[in-house]
Design a protein around this ligand. Sequence first.
Ligand code: SF4
Length: 472
Amino acid sequence: MTFKTINKENHANLVWDSELIAKYDIAGPRYTSYPTALQFSDKFGEADYRRAATQRLDSIAPLSLYVHIPFCHDICYYCGCNKIVTSKKQKGREYIDYLAKEIALQSQLYSKSRKVTQLHWGGGTPTFLNNAEITQLMYLISSSFTLLDSNKREYSIEIDPRTINMETIPLLKGLGFNRISLGVQDFDPKVQKAVNRIQPLEQISRLTKQIRQHRFKSLSFDLIYGLPYQSLETMAKTLDQVIELSPDRISCYNYAHLPHRFKSQRAIDRMSLPPAELKLPMLEYITHRFVDAGYVFIGMDHFVKQEDDLATAQRNSTLQRNFQGYSTCLAPDLIGLGMSSISSMDSCFAQNTKNLEDYYQALDHNELPIEKGLLVTEEDKIRRAVIMQIICKLSLDYSLIENRYLINFKTHFSDSFERLTTMENDGLVQLNENNLKVTKMGRPMVRNICMAFDQHIASLMEGNTPYHSKTL
Ligand code: SF4
């Protein structure tokens, strides 16, 4: 397939080498955290979390909050999220009552002087809640935490275009949200039918206009490639339609068919999936098409407009990353609220139970519903700092890590350098005396470069069960 109107200037920071990309197309983490959630253990519990939070009691640093609303009206077959499909609207009411208990318990652990710079409502479907419930939940949060009344905040919410009520959009703006994320996936009717998510272009177009009218700071679209019946031709049409609607940010994920892990994926006919050998040409097309249209590829499946805060942050080396993806204003501590949500501090991760009854039962006993987690070792902290720098800055200054953690970088990471040497020979990285730089050719393979520093990856690669999606 040929690409139309390639703008060489836009492609200046990216070189696509299909053969190399195929060579590095293996399963690997997206590094929204390090260590990843696969390392969490049920040996970690509420007492560990409280102990870690107590050590942060005097902190006045900003906070991030994540709120998980697990309910969905209908099942999308590709879905790998923690969700509960139900038509019972009253479930939302009951859930908020329990969130109120959890908010009260969690907020006691942190100083009220800490400002919430980042807030994200995800799911499931946050807009499963009706307008009164959404308002009440925001009121509960704002009564227990100090929200930031400035344009510097990142307050975002995921919206299901099929069920959103048009009056909800101005309400969300009024409540302080400034970013909206829409699950678009694909515009092709046959693809939408095969994944049980029917949302015509006109519907998304109307919603996009409504969101623009209310002047949200940014609108993101989530797309997926590798879905049933997708081809280069159908993708090309969907991408044209997406570009026409002009979202500020686009994430384009590789569909990982893991029916042994996600029951709903068993409804997808394996034979309808695009052949494996088409995945890379699809990704190549997606990357070129968005870059041609003026978007900046900031890495890890994400494209943003040139003037977007994330593109500016990457240029200024201030880009950050956590469970919600890339950010410009991450706080050192993230509090996860709701079933299955993850809290993180420098020293630990804590994940709530994924079972709704267990979640309610713990809160009935005034306990935090933490099911598992991880105490982060000093070694994990060093490796996390390395991995996050590479992902966000696409370079790594060894002295930064040496000064912060009092190590000799090259000695400490001698194993990693053995793996990196192959990548250097392949042109993915430049290993200089004092720093590492991801090359233009290495940008699509940044996950692979990070994997060279991942101490836990070997144990996850053992056996044949794929825990991660392919890196590309
Ligand atoms: S993709 Fe979103 S809306 Fe669909 S089932 Fe999963 S969580 Fe629910």
